[in-house]
Design a protein around this ligand. Structure first.
Ligand SMILES: C[S@@+](CC[C@H](N)C(=O)[O-])C[C@H]1O[C@@H](n2cnc3c(N)ncnc32)[C@H](O)[C@@H]1O
Length: 278
C-alpha cells in the first residue's frame, strides 16, 4: 500500500494507481462507457475545442497527461502541435491511443506508460499540459500537480477538467468488471444517489464525501472528494499562478469544472482574456 492514504483508500482492494494499471479495469468499464455514449463524446469534443482555442496548440510541445485513448492528443496534433506526448499508467489505454492516433499522424507523437506522480521527462519540457477527467482519481493529486509543474516550461499552461458528465448514461452501462464487479442494481442505486446529491450540491459540486464513498462502495472506482476550492489550493501549492476556474453545466445536471493555470508566476493577460471569452 502506498503512503498518504486516507482510511477510505485503505478499504480498497487496490490502491488507485494499482487499480488503473491492472488489466481489465478502465478498458472494460470507463472506456466502453464513454466510447458508446455519443452525448459524452460530443460534449467532450466541444469542451476540448473551447479549451484548445485558449491555449492555441500550433507549434507547441504538449503533454496529454492520463491520456486514456488519446482523444485530446489527437486533437492537439490536428491543431498543429509540434509534439505531443500521450502519458498514461495503463498499458491497455496506451495501446488504444497508439491504434487511434498513429495511422493519421506518424510524426510528432510519443507514448509513455507512467504514473504521473513520477514523470520520466526532463524539467521544463512542455509548453502546455492537459489533465482531463482524471484529477479526482489520483492517489496523491498534490504529487501529480508538482510533477506537472516541473515538466512545464516557466509560464507554461496547465488545463484541468474534472468529470461529472451525464451519469445517467451509467444506467445503460455494461456492468463494471475488475476486482469487485458491480451488479446492475448497485449501478442503478449509485446513479440515482449521485443524481440526488448532484441536484442538492449543484452550485459547488465536484464530489462530496458522501458520493465519493458511494462510488467506492458501488462502483469500486477510486475517487476522492475534490471541491473546486481544494483544486485551486492544490494548484497554488504546486506553484501555479493566474488560476482561472469555471463551473460548466452539462445539460441541467451535473456540473463540470475547468481550470486554466499558468506555471511559476508568469502573468499573461491574453490568457485571461481568451479564457473569459471561451
Ligand atoms: C477517466 S480516464 C480519462 C482519459 C482522458 N484524459 C480522456 O479524458 O479521455 C482516466 C485515465 O487516467 C489514467 N490514470 C489514472 N491514474 C493515473 C496515474 N496515476 N498516472 C497516469 N495515468 C493515470 C487511467 O489509466 C485512465 O486512462
Amino acid at each position: 500500500m502506498a503512503v498518504n492514504q486516507s482510511p477510505e483508500d485503505m478499504r480498497l482492494a487496490h490502491s488507485p494507481s494499482e487499480y488503473f494499471r491492472a488489466p481489465g479495469t478502465v478498458t472494460t468499464w470507463w472506456d466502453p462507457l464513454s466510447e458508446s455514449d455519443p452525448d459524452y463524446r460530443h460534449w467532450f469534443q466541444r469542451q476540448l475545442q473551447e479549451l484548445l482555442s485558449v491555449i492555441q496548440p500550433r507549434g507547441l510541445r504538449i503533454m496529454d497527461a492520463a491520456a486514456g485513448r488519446g482523444r485530446a492528443s489527437a486533437a492537439c496534433l490536428a491543431a498543429g502541435a509540434s509534439f505531443v506526448l500521450s502519458a498514461d499508467i495503463s498499458a491497455e489505454m496506451l495501446r488504444l491511443a497508439r491504434q487511434g492516433i498513429l495511422p493519421d499522424s506518424q510524426q510528432g507523437v510519443a507514448f509513455v506508460q507512467t504514473n504521473l506522480e513520477d514523470i520520466p521527462i526532463a524539467d521544463g519540457t512542455f509548453d502546455a499540459v492537459l489533465l482531463l477527467e482524471v484529477l479526482l482519481h489520483f492517489e496523491r493529486p498534490d504529487a501529480v500537480l508538482r510533477e506537472i509543474a516541473r515538466v512545464l516550461k516557466p509560464g507554461g499552461v496547465l488545463v484541468v477538467t474534472t468529470n461529472g458528465a451525464n451519469p445517467i448514461a451509467r444506467l445503460f452501462a455494461p456492468p463494471k468488471l475488475g476486482p469487485r464487479p458491480a451488479s446492475s442494481f448497485r449501478l442503478f442505486a449509485a446513479t440515482c444517489t449521485n443524481e440526488v446529491m448532484t441536484a442538492a450540491f449543484g452550485f459547488l459540486w465536484s464530489r462530496t464525501p458522501v458520493t465519493a464513498r458511494l462510488y467506492r462502495r458501488f462502483f469500486n472506482v477510486p475517487v476522492r472528494p475534490l471541491y473546486p476550492w481544494r483544486v485551486r489550493a492544490l494548484l497554488r501549492q504546486a506553484g501555479f499562478r493566474d488560476i482561472y476556474h469555471r463551473a460548466v453545466p452539462v445539460r441541467w445536471l451535473p456540473r463540470e469544472h475547468r481550470w486554466i493555470a499558468l506555471n511559476t508566476g508568469t502573468t499573461k493577460p491574453s490568457f485571461r482574456a481568451r479564457y473569459r471569452g471561451a
